[in-house]
Design a binder for this molecule. Structure first.
Ligand code: COA
Length: 259
């Protein structure tokens, strides 16, 4: 397999974009986000592409979040830049005229769940674990998580998931409406292929209009909420708990947060 951090494969009208850092459970660093942005820009403008699939390399992880190594020494300004890098990718996914399908093959945490929530339809392996654990690092989701999770699953679910930071399994995510369907890992690819074939056969123009209409239905107050979230995310980077959370994770120890 190529050592590029993002792979793009085409099979007829279906393009599959794979985050390819399996040793880091496909964590999102600046290079990955830059490459994802480029891939999304190219694919969304390509009329031969009728459906885009987003997934992670390997059998353990979709994307295990933003790369925590990049949080070390990060300032609020760095946090704004990170939030905006994720936002550029999620904006590109939302604005793409084609449906974007998340193939959730394992850990789908933090920025990984934020990417998945920006997809149109999510399919998960029954081994997947989904969550927004940022609070445990002394920060909050800064890539659209508080806003999209609230819109998709409701405020009660969003508060429970983000305030505890505890991940849920795929069956629970399905029950909460976060994923459309759950499959045995060996059946996930067939389920994705079946869905993408059905989507690719639908009328392109109407599907694009439908997607734009569905986007508008949820976007009325989303813009200001997304902006607020980035600012709040950035605030965390002026508090010592952020540095402690990242350092503790990387040292593999329990964080000692301010009382
Ligand atoms: N950023 C950077 N590196 C990450 C990462 C992340 N978000 N998630 C996993 N990794 C790295 C680990 O540091 C480890 O690297 P190493 O082999 O060099 O030590 C490797 O990926 C494997 O992860 P590990 O923690 O050893 O696997 P595990 O099976 O014990 O645990 C998770 C898996 C997903 C539960 C755990 O890695 C985790 O909690 N990751 C962070 C999730 C998170 O907080 N995401 C939100 C970030 S804002």
């Amino acid at each position: 397999m190529s050592d590029a951090v993002v792979l793009v494969a085409r099979e007829g009208p279906v393009a599959t974009v794979t985050v390819n850092r399996p040793k880091s459970l496909n964590a999102l660093n600046a290079e990955v986000l830059h490459a994802l942005n480029g891939a999304m820009a190219a694919l969304s403008a390509d009329r031969a592409v009728r459906v885009i699939v987003l997934t992670g390399a390997g059998d353990r992880s979709f994307v295990a979040g933003a790369d925590i190594a990049e949080f070390v020494g990060a300032t609020p300004e760095d946090a704004i830049a990170l939030g905006r890098r994720i936002r550029r990718v999620t904006d590109a996914m939302v604005r793409a005229p084609q449906p974007v399908v998340a193939r959730i093959n394992g850990f789908c945490l933090g920025g990984g769940l934020e990417l998945a929530l920006a997809c149109d339809i999510r399919l998960a392996a029954d081994t997947a674990r989904l969550g927004l654990p940022e609070i445990r690092l002394g920060i909050l989701p800064g890539g659209g998580g508080t806003v999209r999770l609230t819109k998709i699953a409701g405020s009660s679910v969003a508060r429970a998931l983000t305030m505890t930071g505890e991940p849920i399994d795929a069956a629970r995510a399905h029950a909460l409406g976060l994923v459309a369907s759950v499959h045995a890992p060996e059946a996930l690819d067939a389920a994705v292929a079946d869905l993408t074939a059905r989507l690719a056969a639908l009328p392109r123009f109407a599907l694009a209009q439908l997607k734009a209409s569905l986007n508008t239905a949820v976007s009325a107050e989303t813009e200001s909420a997304l902006e607020f979230e980035i600012q709040a995310f950035a605030q965390c980077f002026s508090h010592p708990d952020q540095a402690e959370g990242a350092a503790a994770f990387l040292d593999k120890r329990k964080p000692a947060f301010a009382p």
